[in-house]
Ligand binder design. Sequence first.
Ligand code: NAD
Length: 423
Amino acid sequence: MVQADPWKNALQQLDDACAILKIEKGVRDYLAEPNKVLRVKLPVKMDNGKIRVFTGFRSQHNNDRGPYKGGIRFFDPEGGIEYMEKEVKALSAWMTWKCAVVDVPLGGGKGGIFVNAKKEKLSENELEKLTRRYAYAVSEIIGPKKDIPAPDVYTTGKEMAQIMDVYGKLSGNESEPGVITGKPLSLGGSLARNVATGLGCAYCIREAAKTIGLKLRGAKVVIQGYGNAGTFAAEYLEKMGAKIIAVSDSRGSIINPKGLDSKKVLEFKNKTGSVVGYPGSKKISTEELLTTKCDVLIPAALENQINASIAKKLQCKIIAEAANGPTMPEADPIIYNKKIIVLPDILANSGGVCISYLEWVQNNMGYYWTFDEVAEKMEHHITRGFNDTLALSKKYKIDMRRAAMVLAVTRVVEAFKAKGLWP
Ligand code: NAD
């Protein structure tokens, strides 16, 4: 099933913020469309000797606050290539807002190739050729001061290293690690990048808990999706004293009201392929997981998980959106009326982009921080992003999602106006 049009959603969110801020139409129009969307043809000679042509994109939404920043995904959404273009455009806009909310001096970009490497059984060699061809095709518009890509769905540090290599060879500057983030440590990657999203989400939850007088010690946490974001959120919340009582993955959901040991659950999942069957736990449905009575619910898997019907049955105090877009727009007013605090995706999962930013800073200065130094700087950005969002939510009497957009749009407009239009 093709999901709701992400580009329409992105525009709606912008329009809501512009209405609250009474932003003139011309500025709204300026903020809506990406500055540039590059669509590239990617011919690759496959292992069987035949040529196959792929399609790739790079959307550069806004760079008023700094170089474009955002991931590259190798993905084949059900809606096809045209749908992917809209998705990439929307995701690039969300990157602009995400960077602005946590006040990192970067703009918004996103890119990708329409491909399902696993399903189509692309060999390592074919995948590398495709990645390098993409890097060549976008090489003129990326760069450490222009546009800094990063890993996203089905791309890793390996592809980032290949893109960096192509960029270096073409630009004649092979020691330019700041062209890309999410690199392996050996090529200038940052410590704490692997834990960034989960740790940032835990910091955000800690701040939200303070505002409602919720003690994290003993607080009950439910996590949908036990992957990178979910497992590290679990680990750090557990360190803060919280109790993880239910988790899930693509094969199902489990609960143990007495608490699950986050590390042992991960070991079990790594061994068996799923959290389902973890000793001492009971299998439950997705709906039961999401509506379990708890203090904190962390959707950390897919988009569109919380619809109006689920929202009515929610029994949590805080929802922290580690995933992108897990709450459907129809659910937002219901959740707001139930006085549940939503930590929106552009804030709750911004730990990743914060550490990408810090990786870029380290690359640019050629000096590298310790894990704790990086984590502390990220904590500062997220904490401030949370407090600034909360202040606007109180000022305008709006939910945290709209407040985060209002904050982001305010910051981008401020930079745009300070620079002025030329010519
Ligand atoms: P991941 O692939 O590491 O983990 C995803 C997890 O979700 C897996 O455990 C998978 O089994 C599970 N899952 C899939 N379908 C499910 C379903 N129907 N029900 C329950 N669980 C299901 O991915 P990730 O990097 O942890 O990303 C998760 C979400 O967080 C995505 O929305 C992603 O865009 C967002 N996010 C991640 C990062 C990051 O740095 N990892 C940054 C920003 C946002």
